[in-house]
Ligand binder design. Structure first.
Ligand code: SF4
Length: 416
């Protein structure tokens, strides 16, 4: 391999036949598509047949990293997942290709260190499985003791207990039940693929992927590379907003972000008073999580210090997500929003999509679904387990708009 920064290998794992085929990463693909998104998409083009149903065994999942992942370059922990999304977005039920990217604490770095740049996953396992990837070796192991039993945090804890340095990508009940906006969580805190990446994993009976490796990643000119990485770190440290990022996540600049996302159903000042940075600082726990090698550490943990959910801690990329969902649902107590966030994280469903759908349903069917926390918790449970109206809501915006006869164009979140 004449290029540095790559492990130089791809693995095709077919879960139906349980066959694993490692093969070299093409240098032509590197020169044409560089890595990450580029090679993910080229591999998807190579392996995916047209008109494949997203939940068919033939739908392909590509996972990949770029050439900087696994090196000391700051912030280079990204993992990219490509698949055909199960989201129903049109009357003709056309589906789009979802390219999801997320920062990982260890998963991407460990995949590369285990000797693989990309994984191609096809087929459907007969029974639930997980993949264990360690230094050039890939095992397909039974996950029957996890499926339907362990949520994402519990699954992650279990694998970390075996090896605290592992990278872990896992799905929860949402993915297992094929909720169309189910995602996978990477290393507790990275939300990969809100357009159903987790559901496609679920359709393949794939509960988790665990990576660990010690092979290292070679760079072309180590002294120059280290100098550049060090300089970049110093520049990042000098960014005045860094303290804010550490406090409340990457979009912590309220003055900059809030006007862009304000949805207008309560007065702006009231929203800020109830869900602005001061409130979230009170619910901030002890530490942030960072992607491998990143000094920004933007993954924020929110904590419930007292009350019925005392002790609960859950992660989000930034405090705007809970603030916006609170605004939509008219919730005034931050601990209730943290509870909803935690249920979504554990089940692996998109919290933001859930917030919007609960808003739609309770605004249009207020008699049956009064806008209060007990309704939201009940509806969320029904979505995750796909029972009653949850069966429809688990299919996403378009089916819900048809069922409730809502004109989506006339309904702008809280304003309807
Ligand atoms: S910790 Fe945040 S800022 Fe740093 S690489 Fe990860 S997502 Fe990006």
């Amino acid at each position: 391999m004449k290029y540095f920064g790559f492990a130089g290998k791809i693995a095709h794992i077919d879960l139906s036949s349980q066959k694993i085929r490692p093969f070299p990463l093409s240098e032509t693909y590197i020169s044409k598509f560089l890595g990450g998104y580029g090679i993910n998409n080229r591999l998807f083009w190579d392996y995916q047949a047209p008109n494949t149903d997203p939940f068919a065994p033939e739908n392909t999942i590509i996972l990949g990293t770029g050439p900087l992942v696994g090196t000391l370059f700051p912030g280079a922990g990204k993992v990219i997942g490509t698949t055909k999304s199960p989201i129903i977005a049109t009357p003709k039920k056309l589906h789009f290709i979802d390219n999801a990217v997320v920062g990982s604490r260890r998963f991407g770095m460990m995949l590369k260190n285990a000797g693989f740049d990309h994984l191609i996953i096809t087929g459907r396992a007969e029974k639930p499985v997980y993949l264990k990837i360690t230094n050039d070796e890939i095992q397909i192991n039974s996950a029957e003791n996890l499926w339907g039993i362990k949520d994402i945090y519990e699954t992650t804890d279990l694998f970390l207990h075996e090896n605290p340095l592992s990278g872990i990508l896992a799905i929860g009940k949402g993915g297992e039940k094929l909720v169309r906006y189910a995602l996978a969580l990477v290393d507790y805190s990275g939300h990969l693929g809100k357009f159903g990446f987790g559901a496609v994993m679920g359709s393949k009976n794939l509960k988790a992927i665990v990576t660990f490796g010690t092979k290292g990643v070679k760079v072309a000119h180590p002294p120059e590379f280290l100098k550049l990485a060090r300089e970049l770190r110093q520049k990042i440290r000098a960014v005045p907003l860094l303290k804010q990022f550490h406090d409340l996540g990457i979009t912590s600049g309220w003055a900059l972000q809030a006007p862009l996302v304000y949805e207008g159903n309560v007065p702006y000042r009231e929203w800020k008073k109830k869900f602005g940075p001061k409130i979230w600082k009170k619910h901030k726990f002890q530490h942030n999580l960072a992607c491998g090698g990143c000094i920004v550490a933007c993954r924020t943990d929110f904590h419930v210090p007292a009350g019925p959910y005392q002790g609960l801690t859950s992660f989000t990329g930034h405090h705007f997500l809970p603030a916006r969902v609170a605004l939509r649902l008219g919730i005034e107590d931050p601990t209730l929003i943290i509870k909803l966030l935690d249920i979504c994280n554990r089940a692996g469903v998109c919290f933001f999509t859930v917030g919007g759908l609960l808003n739609w349903i309770t605004r249009h069917e207020t008699d049956s679904f009064p806008r209060e926390i007990s309704t939201y918790l009940d509806l969320l449970e029904k979505i995750i387990s796909k029972t009653d109206i949850g069966e429809i809501a688990a299919n996403g915006w378009y089916p819900v708009s048809q069922h409730l006869e809502i004109d989506p164009d006339g309904f702008f979140e809280g304003r309807s």
